[in-house]
Design a protein around this ligand. Structure first.
Ligand code: TYD
Ligand code: MG
Length: 449
């Protein structure tokens, strides 16, 4: 029988103290420290234990099983690992509950038991939503109880394949006085659930709300406790949603899952390039298509630039969907290394259609889009550009160039401006190699005349 250890935790800031105190040493709050019991793993109980060779553990336990939603499985590197804890974080309204419900239905479809802890919404609301999304498998059950003890008891008695908690901010540890959503409740609830998930080998998904500036400290606090942190983001004005992992103990954090919020829930975006280019106006100045990398996947994105007179002032840049700092760097390089003055202009840059293109491979496209907008000359519609811009004005190689060019070719593009070191591209795609920004500009001009 494990011993219980008494700890004292501030319900405002989460600081721990060895003994009760009227004033928290962490935040200075008065009467904010509560006593909490914790399963003891004291030095005494560990001392004298024999060590175990690392290679004697069954590494097969860490093999992921597919959730059945390909965009989620892509981000997780194959699926959920048994006994792992995943935090699904995002702003309110982005679609976390919808995504989790679709995961739950998918996992339960072949008969696996899945428990949905519905602290945010009444079970009847969840049932109505699930019904709209498709068939609700009978092995998907709802627990309308936010006590952590009930969830742990259910994990032990039922041994479900997956437990989804919506949300961690609604859970309560009864022996803690603080209110649900407070730092000490969130922290303690998560600690107990993580330990139960490992003990009973249950995959656990915790939903956590974060605000744009990350002020709601709950989910941030949990990042080091969980195995995986998924962040679900989107733009209020677009239906597009991005699923990224910012921490993943079982694989890479480089992948991105792409969804579209529809009337029937989240649908995977299987051909992102076609989606991003769907409404492109060809022949407009300031527009160029870039084969960007979204995670490991090449995606064609239209970069747009628009200029306005800013007066007798340094250039002002506003970027949406592309990195503001990269845009500034490229504008400075244009001015200093390619004799393209930007002083006195306001530059608006955007990745069209709600796309997100923050990687360095987009630099050359940003530079060419700016020049095209400043001069009012459009590029040929079948042109793409890709490369990182260095401070000396050089165009540098970027990862996965071959796959990027293949994607451009698949979508019907015929010319690509690329770094000088690029070896080759698909047959039918003409490469214009450029060592510098000026060479890239010359390359387009020569080709166009
Ligand atoms: P929700 O999953 O409740 O977001 P979160 O849990 O992150 O707060 O979804 C929020 C929005 O998604 C809501 O405004 C309605 C919209 N939505 C759809 O457009 N289609 C759908 O099928 C569903 C279920 C939701
Ligand atoms: Mg929700």
């Amino acid at each position: 029988m494990a011993k219980k250890r008494k700890v004292f935790v501030c319900r405002e800031c989460g600081a721990e103290a060895p003994a009760w105190t009227g004033r928290c040493a962490g935040c200075g709050g008065w009467a904010t420290v509560d006593q909490v019991s914790r399963q003891a793993v004291s030095a005494g109980s560990v001392a004298g234990q024999p060590t175990v060779p690392l290679n004697s553990f069954d590494a097969g336990m860490a093999i992921p099983w597919p959730v059945g939603l390909p965009e989620v499985d892509r981000v997780l590197g194959g699926g959920l690992v048994p006994g792992s804890v995943t935090l699904l974080s995002g702003e309110p309204g982005v679609g976390k509950s919808t995504l989790a419900l679709q995961m739950a239905c998918s996992v339960a479809a072949p008969g696996a038991v899945v428990v949905l802890v519905t602290g945010e919404e009444a079970p009847v609301q969840v049932a109505a939503r699930a019904g709209r999304l498709g068939v609700v498998p009978p092995s998907l059950v709802v627990l309308d109880n936010t006590s952590v003890d009930s969830i742990v008891a259910l994990m032990e008695s039922t041994g479900p394949a997956l437990v989804v908690v919506d949300s961690i901010q609604t859970l309560v540890v009864p022996d803690l006085e603080a209110s649900p959503g407070s730092i000490s409740q969130v922290r303690e609830s998560a600690a107990r659930l993580v330990s139960a998930a490992k003990r009973f080998d249950v995959s656990l998904v915790l939903i956590g709300h974060v605000t744009k500036d990350g002020t709601l400290a709950g989910p941030r606090l949990l990042e080091h406790v969980v195995d995986t942190v998924l962040s679900f983001t989107g733009d209020r004005h677009h239906d597009l949603r991005f699923l990224r992992s910012t921490k993943h103990r079982f694989g890479t954090t480089a992948e991105v899952g792409l969804f579209e919020m529809t009337g029937l829930g989240l649908a995977p975006v299987t051909d992102p390039s076609s989606r991003f280019l769907a409404d492109r106006l060809v022949g407009e100045p300031g527009s160029i298509v870039v084969p960007a990398l979204d995670g490991q996947r090449p995606v064609l994105v239209e970069i747009q630039a628009l200029t306005a007179i800013h007066g007798d002032r340094p250039v002002n840049i506003q970027a949406e969907g592309v990195s503001q700092s990269r845009a500034r760097l490229v504008a400075a390089v244009l001015e200093q290394r390619a004799a393209i003055p930007t002083f006195g202009f306001q530059l608006f840059l955007s990745a069209a259609g709600g796309a997100s293109a923050g990687e360095p491979g987009v630099d050359l496209g940003i530079g060419l889009a700016i020049v095209s907008a400043l001069r009012g000359h459009p590029f040929p519609p079948e042109l793409v550009a890709c490369g990182e811009v260095g401070l000396s004005g050089e165009i540098r190689a970027v990862p996965q160039m071959e796959r990027r060019l293949q994607e451009a070719h698949r979508l019907g593009f015929r010319i690509a401006i690329v770094p000088a070191s690029t070896s080759g591209g698909p047959t039918g795609l003409k490469l214009i190699r450029a060592a510098t920004m000026s060479e890239a500009l010359d390359g387009v001009r020569l080709w166009a005349t």
